[in-house]
Design a binder for this molecule. Structure first.
Ligand SMILES: Cc1cc2nc3c(=O)[nH]c(=O)nc-3n(C[C@H](O)[C@H](O)[C@H](O)COP(=O)(O)OP(=O)(O)OC[C@H]3O[C@@H](n4cnc5c(N)ncnc54)[C@H](O)[C@@H]3O)c2cc1C
Length: 440
C-alpha cells in the first residue's frame, strides 16, 4: 500500500490516543503529533476518574505504551504541524520536530542526568506545586521515556557552563548541537485532538487566586491528592503544610459568565469532577468537611445523578446553591471566609474554610488559532473547532478529510471523548477506503 493510507492525528491526549489506536488496529498507518515531550494529555494528571473512580494513569498508561509499541503508529512528540497543503486523500504535511538535545534512540530513561542536573524549576505537570530539573522527564510514566533539556533553564544554553548531564550519561545520549528537524509526510486524512487549557482564575480578582496561598485550582488538587504528586498524596495546604479540616469548591469560575474575559458556556465536567474530588478527599480523611458551591448541578450522564446522591448521602458532601461574591483571607491563620448568597433561602452568608478549590472554565487550546490558519478548519465563537453539522456530521469539519474529536471540538468528559475519537477514526478510514476504491 502506498503512503496515502496514512492519517495524521494532532494531539496526544486520550482523544488522540484512542483515534490513533483505532486506526492502527485497522492496519492503517498513523502519525501522532504531540507538542509536549510526552503523550497523555490532561488525563495523565488526574488522580481518579469519574464515573468509575479508576486510577487515571493506571488505565491510561497501557494505552500510551500501546501507542508507542504499535507497529503502525509513528509517535512524533515535542513536534508541531507547521504547514498543510492538498486535499482529502492527499495532504502534504510539514512537521517541525523540536530538539530535545537528547538522542531518542540512545536515551534509556535511567534518570541519572536528572539526579545530577543542578537547576530546579517549577514542574508544569505538577501545576507548579513541585519542582523538576532543567533536564527532565515530564512525569514518571511519560511516553516516550526520553529526557528533554529545557533550553530556557539549562545552564549550558544560558551561560555556557555545566554539561553535567552529558558527563554522567552512560548512553551518550545528550547532544547539545541537535537542531530542529523538518519532516514532510503524506496523509489521506487528518484528525484534530488538541484538547483544552485552563482559564486563569486570577482574572476574577475577588477570589484571590495567586494572592491567597490556600486558594487553588481543581487540577492542582488532583496533583495534591495523587500518591505520586508533590506531597505524596497528602492534602497539605500551601500556606503552612497542614491538613485543612474544611474545604470549599467553587464551580463556574470564569464559565457561564458574561463578564469580560470570561466564557459564557458550561465546561461540562466540573460538577462531576468536583463531586469526584470531594469523595477522594473524604476517602483520604473521612472527618473533613466538604462544600460545593454551584449554580445548578449539570450531571446529565448515565449514573451521574446517582454519583452525586452517593456523595451527599454516603459521604456527607454539602452542596450549596450560590455563586460566591468574594473570598477574604484571615491574615493570621490564612483561613478563608467565603461570602455568598444562598439562592435557596435567599440569605447572604459566610463560610470559614481552610482551603478553597476553584473550578475554572476549561477553554480552547491556544494553538487552535494557528491550526485554523494552517488547516482551514473553522473555529466556533469560543475557539473550539466547529462541527460541519452538529447533528449529522459532528466529527467532520468544513474541510473534507479533516475531522475533530475530544475537547478540541467542545466541552466533554473522557468517555465522550473516547466515543467521538472512534467516530473520527471511522470517518478518516472512510476517506482512505474511498481513495483505494478510486485507484482500483
Ligand atoms: C480537574 C479536572 C478533572 C477532570 N476529571 C475527569 C474525570 O474524572 N473523568 C472524566 O471523564 N473527565 C475528567 N476531566 C475532563 C478530561 O480531562 C477531558 O475530558 C479529557 O482530558 C479530554 O481529552 P482530550 O484528549 O480531548 O484533551 P487533552 O487531555 O487536553 O489532550 C490534548 C493533547 O493535545 C496536545 N496538543 C494541543 N495542541 C497541540 C498542537 N497544536 N499540536 C500537537 N499537540 C497539541 C496537548 O499537549 C495534549 O497532550 C477532568 C478535567 C479537569 C480539568
Amino acid at each position: 500500500m502506498r503512503e496515502k493510507s496514512s492519517v495524521l492525528v494532532i494531539g496526544g491526549g486520550i482523544a488522540g490516543i484512542q483515534a490513533s489506536l483505532d486506526l492502527a488496529d485497522r492496519g492503517l498507518e498513523v502519525y501522532l503529533v504531540e507538542k509536549t515531550p510526552s503523550i497523555g494529555g490532561r488525563m495523565a494528571q488526574l488522580d481518579k476518574t469519574f464515573p468509575t473512580m479508576d486510577c487515571s494513569i493506571c488505565i491510561l498508561a497501557p494505552k500510551m505504551i500501546e501507542c508507542f509499541r504499535h507497529p503502525n503508529i509513528k509517535l512524533l512528540t515535542y513536534s508541531e504541524v507547521e504547514e498543510v497543503s492538498g486535499s482529502a486523500g492527499n495532504f502534504t504535511v510539514k512537521v517541525l520536530r523540536n530538539p530535545r538535545f537528547v538522542d531518542e534512540s540512545k536515551c534509556t530513561g535511567c534518570g541519572t542526568c536528572m539526579q545530577k542536573c543542578p537547576i530546579k524549576v517549577p514542574n508544569e505537570f505538577e501545576m507548579g506545586l513541585g519542582m523538576r530539573r532543567a533536564i527532565y522527564l515530564p512525569f514518571p510514566q511519560a511516553v516516550p521515556r526520553v529526557a528533554t533539556i529545557d533550553k530556557d533553564n539549562c545552564l549550558y544554553f544560558q551561560k555556557g557552563v555545566c554539561k553535567i548531564c552529558e558527563k554522567f550519561c552512560q548512553a551518550n545520549a545528550v547532544d547539545f548541537d541537535k537542531k530542529p528537524e523538518e519532516l514532510t509526510i503524506n496523509v489521506s486524512a487528518i484528525i484534530i485532538a488538541t484538547g483544552f487549557n485552563l482559564f486563569n482564575p486570577s482574572i476574577i480578582g475577588e477570589y484571590g487566586y495567586k494572592q491567597y496561598k490556600n486558594v487553588i485550582t481543581s487540577l492542582e488538587l488532583e496533583r495534591l491528592v495523587n500518591a505520586s504528586g508533590p506531597t505524596g498524596g497528602k492534602l497539605l495546604r500551601p500556606s503552612d503544610g497542614k491538613e485543612p479540616n474544611e474545604i470549599a469548591f467553587i464551580q463556574c469560575v470564569g464559565s457561564r459568565s458574561q463578564r469580560k474575559k470570561c466564557f459564557p458556556y458550561c465546561s461540562s465536567v466540573c460538577c462531576m469532577y468536583a463531586t469526584k474530588e470531594s469523595i477522594i478527599l473524604k476517602e483520604h480523611k473521612p472527618e473533613v468537611e466538604v462544600y460545593i458551591f454551584y449554580i445548578e448541578l449539570r450531571v446529565f450522564g448515565k449514573g451521574f445523578q446517582e454519583f452525586v446522591t452517593r456523595a451527599r448521602e454516603e459521604w456527607d458532601v454539602e452542596y450549596i446553591r450560590g455563586r460566591p461574591d468574594e473570598i477574604i483571607e484571615d491574615p493570621k491563620t490564612r483561613d478563608l471566609i467565603v461570602r455568598y448568597e444562598d439562592t435557596l433561602d435567599r440569605k447572604v452568608k459566610e463560610l470559614k474554610v481552610g482551603l478553597v478549590v476553584l473550578c475554572p472554565a476549561l477553554i480552547p487550546n491556544d494553538s487552535n488559532t494557528k491550526l485554523e490558519k494552517i488547516l482551514g478548519a473553522e473555529l466556533d465563537e469560543h475557539g473550539f473547532f466547529k462541527s460541519k453539522d452538529p447533528l449529522f456530521a459532528p466529527v467532520d469539519t468544513n474541510v473534507p478529510g479533516i475531522f475533530i474529536c475530544g475537547y478540541s471540538q467542545g466541552p466533554k468528559d473522557i468517555p465522550e471523548s473516547v466515543a467521538q475519537s472512534s467516530g473520527a477514526a471511522a470517518r478518516a478510514a472512510e476517506v482512505i477506503a474511498l481513495v483505494a476504491s478510486e485507484e482500483n
